[in-house]
Design a protein around this ligand. Structure first.
Ligand SMILES: Cc1ncc(COP(=O)(O)O)c(C=O)c1O
Length: 378
């Protein structure tokens, strides 16, 4: 295809518009925040306590433990499960860097497995091929808002006595055979980064778990290893979810199912408008539950050129993620080579995420679809 752009109609379609979302919840959030300001209690207060219970109930788990970010949720969960130096943890090569980074920060080694290109999630066969006597845990990632195929992964974990931590940063509200993501393994890690389907007004995260022991350990680790004030049982960390973020999140949680429903409906609109476009692959459903479309991610050949054409027309898109983790400079010392994990590498070369936020209009979806169709017909 040619990449030059003739003068074209310019649309204005952002990838995400948080101001539009704010307009729909402004009064609710402002009154919730006013209550926090009046209380002048900012850390470990009633908002966090309530949010932890509400998120745990939403996910169908016994416990929720608020922490400072999704990254901390992963790091502290792995630590609570005893992952440390000498251990190997299997992670998908196609995910955000934090998934593997937390493994490395604990002195363990991330072992990269491939994904299934159809769903962009961890391939159980590739995981099975990567098992070694040092494997301690597996981290499936529910990428873009769709659950990984958990049953075969849980079976592998059971058979080989491995821990499992779900990276649920992108998929709060998604389901797998009727269960909410995050509730199926030893721990489920949520990110409340502002752009997430349930986004805070800053950083935030939470771990959900059914294990009382894991919950207790996490409560200690997030607060300097102390179960009691000024008495540290171990070296922990400071990773807390504050009252302001908790209050905002509690308001937004009441809207999450509706926002996720709207995202699904926008995804269906894209599916029908993009059906049959040569060379373009729309997101595939695994058939095991609800997708919450944190991203609506297509695959296209000549992806970078297509993105340029859309950008020239005022349409924002994103590439999550252009370099798979096994080929990141930070992991050069692990000596992976191009070709080692072909599905992850192909995904990195072809993926393009289109705007799919809850408030996007039908007209904007049509503009994106038309521009995409035209860019591929050139
Ligand atoms: C798959 C995945 N894992 C982990 C994280 C880390 O979350 P946070 O940015 O809240 O630390 C993110 C968020 O960007 C993510 O998308």
């Amino acid at each position: 295809m040619k990449t030059e752009t003739k003068p074209q109609i310019r649309h204005n379609v952002p990838l995400l518009d948080l101001k539009e979302q704010y307009a729909t919840i402004r009064d609710e959030v402002q009154s919730a925040l006013a209550a926090v300001f009046d209380s002048q209690q900012f850390i470990f207060g009633p908002q966090l306590q309530a949010l932890e219970q509400e998120i745990a109930a939403y996910c169908g788990t016994r416990f929720g433990i608020g922490v400072g970010s999704g990254t901390d949720a992963l790091l502290l969960s792995l630590r609570a499960l005893g992952v440390g130096p000498g251990d190997e943890v299997i992670v998908p090569a196609f995910t955000f860097f934090a998934t593997a980074e937390c493994v490395s920060l604990l002195g363990a080694t991330p072992v990269f497995a491939d994904i299934q290109l159809s769903t962009f999630t961890l391939d159980p066969e590739s995981v099975a091929a990567k098992l070694s006597p040092r494997t301690r845990a597996i981290i499936p990632v529910h990428l873009y808002g769709q659950a990984a195929d958990m049953n075969p992964l849980l079976e592998l974990a059971r058979k080989h006595k491995l821990h499992m931590v779900e990276d649920n940063a992108q998929a709060l509200g998604a389901t797998y055979h009727g269960q909410r993501t995050g509730a199926m393994a030893d721990a489920g890690c949520i990110s409340f980064y502002p752009t997430k389907n349930l986004g805070a007004w800053g950083d935030g995260g939470m771990v959900v778990t059914n294990s009382e022991a894991v919950a207790q350990r996490l409560r200690s680790l997030r607060d300097h290893g102390s179960a009691h004030k000024y008495l540290s049982q171990e070296v922990g960390w400071n990773s807390r979810l504050d009252e302001i973020q908790s209050a905002v999140l509690r308001v937004k949680l009441r809207h999450l199912d509706e926002w996720n429903r709207q995202r699904r409906s926008h995804a269906a609109a894209y599916d029908s408008q993009l059906r049959g476009v040569a060379g373009l692959v729309t997101p595939q459903l695994g058939g095991w539950g609800d997708h919450v479309f944190h991203q609506y991610t297509i695959r296209v050949p000549h992806r970078d050129a297509v993105q340029k054409v859309l950008s020239a027309r005022g349409i924002s898109t994103a590439i999550y993620y252009p370099v798979p983790l096994h080929l990141q400079p930070a992991y050069a010392s692990l000596h992976y080579q191009p070709g080692d994990l072909p599905q992850s590498e192909r995904a990195s070369a072809e993926v393009l995420s289109l705007p799919v936020f809850a408030e996007i209009t039908d007209a904007q979806i049509t503009s994106v679809s038309d521009a995409l169709r035209e860019s591929l017909a050139r």
